[in-house]
Design a binder for this molecule. Structure first.
Ligand code: PMP
Length: 405
C-alpha cells in the first residue's frame, strides 16, 4: 500500500469539504490577553482573540501565575511519576480537596485533562458496573462518547435535553441492571443548558446514577463557581460532577468529584488515571489558586455576563444572526463550511480579529459557525471593532439573517 498517497488523499478530501484545520500560531502575553501575537509565517502582528476558552482571563491572573512560580521553585518541573509510583505531589492532594469543597462532595480525582477524565471515568464505570446501560445525551462531547464506547457497556442515546425521552428509554430496561445517565450542563457549541433537575428526577425514579459534565460552567456559574449545578442547588443530586481545569480556571487538567467510594473505585480501576504521569505540581498549584480565587470573587463572573450581553446587543443592532441561549457562548451562524472559513480568514487578515471557524464534525454539517466567547477583558472598543468588522463582511458577501436560518 502507498501509505503517503492514502494520507494525502484523505487530507485532500478535508480541503475539498472546506474543513481542513489550520492552526493559528499565537503567542499570548502575560497581562496582554485578549491581545496576542499572531505568527503568520511571513512575520507577526497583534490580534484580538475572540474564541478562547480562557473564559475569564484567569490565565493571566497574578495569583495564578505567582502560585505556579512558587510551586515551580519549590518542586521543580515535573511530578516525577504516576500517582501510584512517586508522582502524588502534595499540590495534587490540595487541589483535590479544593475541588471536593467546590462541589460540596466527599472527594475528587484529577486527571491529565477533561477529555481524559470523561474517557477514564465513564469507561471504568460502564465496564465495571454489572450489566450496565449508559444513557447518553445525543449532543454529548466526544470525550464522553469515547469513554462510553471503550467501556463496551450498552449505550442508549436519548434526545438532547429531553427528560421524557430519557424516561421512556429508562423504563424499557430491566430494573435490576446498573444504569448511568451522562449529560452536560452547558453544551459548548450551542450554549444551551440542560434541565438538570428534571433529568435528576427521571434518573432517581429509575435508580440510575447521574454523571454531569460541567466543563463549560465551572468557575462561571454559581456563587462560588461550582457551575450550573451549584446555581440550581442540585450538586447533591448528581453522583458525579466532571470538570476541567483548562477553561474558566485557565490552567490544565480535568477532574471528577463524587462520593469517597466512587472516587476510590475510579482511582483503583481506571487505566487512564493509573498508568500516566500525573500533572506537574506547578499546574496543580495554579489551578488550585484559580479555583480559590473564583470561589471568593464573583466580580469576574459578573463582568463576563455583562460583556456577553453587550456583544449580543451589538450583534442584534447590526442584524448579525446568532443562536440565542442562556449561557455565555455566542454562536454566530454561517451554515456553510467554506464561507465560514473565508469569514474567519478575513477577520484575521483584514481586521486583526481571531475567531476560529467551527466545522463538522465538531458541529453538524450545515450549522458551521463562528463561536464567539466574550470575556471580562474585552473592552467596549473591542466589541465595536468585532461587530463592525462582521457587519462589513456580512454586507460585502450579501449575507442576510434569513440565509442562515
Ligand atoms: N467536555 C466538554 C463538554 C468539552 O467541551 C471539552 C473540551 N472542549 C472537554 C470535556 C475536555 O476538556 P479538556 O479540554 O480539559 O480536555
Amino acid at each position: 500500500m502507498d501509505y503517503e498517497a492514502f494520507f494525502g488523499a484523505e487530507i485532500a478530501g478535508l480541503h475539498r469539504e472546506g474543513r481542513y484545520r489550520v492552526f493559528t500560531d499565537l503567542e499570548r502575553h502575560r497581562g496582554g490577553f485578549p491581545r496576542a501575537t499572531h505568527h503568520t509565517g511571513q512575520g507577526e502582528r497583534e490580534v484580538t482573540v475572540w474564541c478562547s476558552n480562557d473564559y475569564l482571563g484567569m490565565g493571566q491572573h497574578p495569583k495564578v501565575i505567582d502560585a505556579m512560580h512558587a510551586a515551580l521553585d519549590r518542586c521543580g518541573a515535573g511530578a516525577g511519576g504516576t500517582r501510584n509510583i512517586s508522582g502524588t505531589n502534595h499540590y495534587h492532594v490540595l487541589l483535590e480537596r479544593e475541588l471536593a469543597d467546590l462541589h460540596d462532595k466527599e472527594a475528587a480525582l484529577i486527571f491529565t485533562s477533561g477529555y481524559v477524565s470523561n474517557w477514564a471515568a465513564l469507561g471504568t464505570l460502564g465496564a465495571k458496573l454489572p450489566n450496565c446501560v449508559i444513557f447518553s445525551d445525543s449532543e454529548n462531547h466526544a470525550s464522553m462518547i469515547e469513554g462510553i464506547r471503550s467501556s463496551r457497556a450498552e449505550r442508549q442515546i436519548f434526545r438532547h435535553n429531553d427528560p421524557e425521552d430519557l424516561d421512556r428509554k429508562l423504563a424499557l430496561i430491566e430494573p435490576g441492571r446498573a444504569k448511568l445517565v451522562a449529560f452536560e450542563s452547558v453544551y459548548s457549541m450551542d450554549g444551551d443548558i440542560a434541565p438538570i433537575d428534571e433529568i435528576c428526577d427521571v434518573a432517581e425514579k429509575h435508580g440510575a446514577l447521574t454523571y454531569l459534565d460541567e466543563v463549560h460552567a465551572v468557575g462561571l456559574y454559581g456563587a462560588r463557581g461550582g457551575g450550573i449545578s451549584e446555581r440550581m442547588g442540585l450538586a447533591h443530586r448528581l453522583d458525579v460532577i466532571e470538570g476541567t481545569l483548562g477553561k474558566a480556571f485557565a490552567v490544565h487538567g480535568g477532574y471528577i468529584t463524587a462520593s469517597e467510594k466512587l472516587c476510590d473505585f475510579v482511582r483503583s480501576f481506571a487505566s487512564g488515571f493509573i498508568f500516566t504521569t500525573s500533572l506537574p505540581p506547578a499546574v496543580a498549584a495554579g489551578a488550585a489558586a484559580s479555583i480559590r480565587h473564583l470561589k471568593g470573587s464573583s466580580a469576574e463572573r459578573a463582568r463576563h455576563q455583562e460583556r456577553v450581553a453587550r456583544v449580543r446587543k451589538a450583534l442584534d443592532a447590526a442584524n448579525i444572526p446568532y443562536l440565542p441561549n442562556a449561557s455565555h457562548i455566542v454562536p454566530v451562524m454561517v451554515c456553510d463550511p467554506v464561507l465560514c472559513k473565508a469569514i474567519s480568514d478575513t477577520l484575521l487578515d483584514e481586521f486583526g480579529i481571531y475567531v476560529q471557524p467551527i466545522n463538522y464534525p465538531t458541529v453538524p454539517r450545515g450549522t458551521e459557525r463562528l463561536r464567539i466567547t466574550p470575556g471580562p477583558l474585552h473592552t467596549d472598543a473591542d466589541i465595536d471593532h468585532l461587530v463592525g468588522a462582521l457587519s462589513t463582511i456580512w454586507q460585502r458577501i450579501g449575507l442576510r439573517q434569513e440565509a442562515a436560518e
